[in-house]
Every structure is written in structure tokens, then in C-alpha cells.
Design a binder for this molecule. Structure first.
Ligand code: DP6
Length: 336
């Protein structure tokens, strides 16, 4: 039996939910209250390396070269899941770098935990199937379960108390419907209330929370059918409805969660005008931050990017295609 390499690196891409996840049925196992549906991007990357080392007294976690106690504890608890499976207690050094703004509503935690799950699995030679990696990635961040896979992905809420059936699964490969996503960055400042705290506040205080959760199954069925039929108009309608319903829950939380700024709202109007008056195949979605993601037909991406660049307050526009799931990029043993 060969010993595990103890070190590996992996890359993952953020995903953008079209049918949104906002609420949990269990916050210890991080189980979503409802399913969700997403697309994995190809233009933004998180690269993560992990090295388990018997000489380390504690985990050493660096995100973009910076160490933060709260983040370190969350990542340490996540690594414990892998240590338990491998039957080891060794601490680890983790370095994770994003080539896009962190914590500003661009799903950095999704790509981060997906990359770390894949890297830790390889470093410890656990060789878990993708579905199991998705279950574990979910423990780090619900949306990370989806970044294990590429293209169009559905997250299943599951019904089991142990969460083993709460995992993502691929729905359609990126190449089978190669849509583009134009991202309008309206600020680089980190968001005020993180998703985790925000969704717990919504569960406790929004009068619309229960109705929101109850409506997700119907939206998921519609979106799933739209993806399978490559029906852009149908996907546009259900995605914008899911996004705006989630933001209605956020706004009706007490105190209200206002993730948008003025430029966010201007971008939404611009996207609607492009579609309704200029015949452009585009729709918007917005997460727990002020950036606007405009999903569009590939032949309309340049027109959408130009239009959003022209909106006052938009600092930068990125254009992404749909990408692959999280992957190991290296696992050769390195000298200590
Ligand atoms: C608004 O996956 O960040 O982006 O499970 O608590 O880590 P935790 O939450 P997270 O929430 C993502 C919320 C969202 C919508 C979505 O991606 O579906």
C-alpha cells in the first residue's frame, strides 16, 4: 500500500445560481431547505493547495495571502471532515487564491470549498466519487456542492437527517448549451452581511420566508425543463423570478438586507430593455452582493457587455463562458 501524497492542489470555478438557495433546514450539517440550479463559470478561478504536515501544531490557512481567525476556524472544521475519513490528526497548510474579488457576491466560498474538497481528497488519497465530494463540499458552503460539477448543475435538498442525499448533480454539459455570463462589477467592497448570517436572519424574521421555500420546487421543475429543452425564454423568466423573489425575502428580513446599490438597479433595467426592446437574448441574476450577472446567448455577449459598461457606476465588466467542475491540478509530493 502506498502512502498518500499528503499534498495536492486543485482549481474550481464559481457558480451562479439561476434558481436560488436562500435558507437551510439544518445549520449544523448545512442542509439546504430547498434545491437550487446553477451554472458553473470558466473565467474566474480559485486555486487551492493543501499540505498535511506532521510537524504543524495547528492549521495554517491563507486566503489571498491573508490569515483571518474566523475563516481559519471554518476551514479547519472543514478539514476535520477529511481527517476523520482518513483517520489522521495531522494539521495542514492551505493556500487559496482567487483571481476575482473575494466576498463581493461572486461566489468565492463556492469555488473555495469545492477546490479544497478536491485537493484534500487527493492529498489523503481518499478518492471519493464526485457525489460524495459534493456532499462534503456542502458542509463548507451550500453553493460549493454545485461547483464540484461543470455546466448546468442541480442541487438536491435531500430528505435525510444525515444529509447524505443533499448533493449536487450535473444536468447538462457546458458544451451542450454554451451560454455566456456578463458580470457587471459595481463595487469591490466586501458585502456587509454574509450569506450564512443573512439567510438565518431571513428564516427567523421575513414574513415571506415560508412561501419562498415552498415555491422553489416549482421553479426548479420549470428551470430543469427549460435547460433540457434549451428554451432560453423560459429559463430567463424563471431565473429572474427566482432572483427577485429571493431579494424580496432579503428586503423583508428584519433588519432588511439591501444588497443592491444604485448601479445594480440601473443594470437590471438595462438588461430588461435589451431583451424587451432590442431583441437581445439576455436575463439577469443577482446574489448576496451588488454585482449583476447577465446570462446571455453567446452571439449577444458583446452587445450586452457594451451596454453594461455604459451604465453609470459599473466599474468593470467581465465576460465568462460556462466551465468545468473542480479538478485536481497537481499532487506530486513536495519537499518540506
Ligand atoms: C445568494 O452557499 O454562500 O449566492 O451554505 O451558508 O455557505 P452557506 O451559503 P452560500 O449561499 C449562497 C447564496 C446565494 C444564492 C445561491 O448561490 O444559490
Amino acid at each position: 500500500m502506498t502512502s498518500p501524497p499528503l499534498q495536492a492542489s486543485a482549481q474550481a470555478q464559481p457558480n451562479i445560481a439561476l434558481v436560488k438557495y436562500w435558507g437551510k433546514r439544518d445549520d449544523v450539517l448545512n442542509l439546504p431547505a430547498a434545491g437550487s440550479l446553477s451554472i458553473t463559470l470558466d473565467a474566474l478561478h480559485t486555486r487551492t493547495s493543501v499540505r498535511f504536515d506532521p510537524a504543524l501544531e495547528r492549521d495554517d490557512i491563507a486566503l489571498n495571502g491573508r490569515r483571518d481567525d474566523a475563516h481559519g476556524r471554518r476551514v479547519g472544521a472543514f478539514l476535520d471532515l477529511f481527517r476523520a475519513r482518513a483517520g489522521i490528526a495531522m494539521r495542514a497548510r492551505v493556500a487559496s487564491d482567487n483571481d476575482f474579488p473575494t466576498g463581493a457576491g461572486l461566489a468565492s466560498s463556492a469555488a473555495g470549498f469545492a477546490a479544497l474538497a478536491v485537493a484534500a481528497d487527493r492529498a489523503l488519497d481518499l478518492r471519493m466519487p464526485a457525489r460524495q465530494l459534493s456532499v462534503l463540499a456542502r458542509r463548507g458552503s451550500g453553493s460549493a456542492a454545485r461547483s464540484i460539477f461543470g455546466g448546468f448543475v442541480e442541487m438536491h435538498a435531500g430528505v435525510r437527517d444525515d444529509g447524505e442525499d443533499a448533493h449536487a448533480a450535473p444536468l447538462l454539459a457546458a458544451r451542450e448549451w454554451p451560454l455566456k455570463v456578463v458580470i457587471a462589477i459595481t463595487t469591490r467592497a466586501p458585502k456587509s452581511t454574509g450569506s450564512r448570517a443573512g439567510m438565518e436572519l431571513s428564516r427567523r424574521s421575513s414574513p415571506f420566508y415560508r412561501d419562498w421555500i415552498a415555491a422553489v420546487a416549482g421553479d426548479l421543475a420549470t428551470a430543469r425543463a427549460a435547460v433540457r429543452a434549451r428554451d432560453f425564454g423560459k429559463l430567463a423568466a424563471v431565473s429572474e423570478a427566482s432572483c427577485l423573489s429571493m431579494h424580496a425575502v432579503m428586503l423583508s428580513t428584519r433588519p432588511g438586507l439591501i444588497y443592491w446599490n444604485g448601479a445594480t438597479v440601473e443594470c437590471l433595467h438595462r438588461v430588461r430593455a435589451l431583451r424587451e426592446h432590442e431583441g437581445t437574448g439576455v436575463f439577469f441574476t443577482v446574489d448576496a452582493g451588488p454585482q449583476v450577472k447577465a446570462v446571455c446567448l453567446p452571439e449577444h455577449a458583446a452587445r450586452v457587455a457594451d451596454a453594461l459598461r455604459g451604465v453609470a457606476g459599473v466599474e468593470e465588466v467581465l465576460v465568462s463562458g460556462l466551465g468545468e467542475g473542480a479538478q485536481v491540478t497537481g499532487s506530486a509530493a513536495v519537499a518540506a
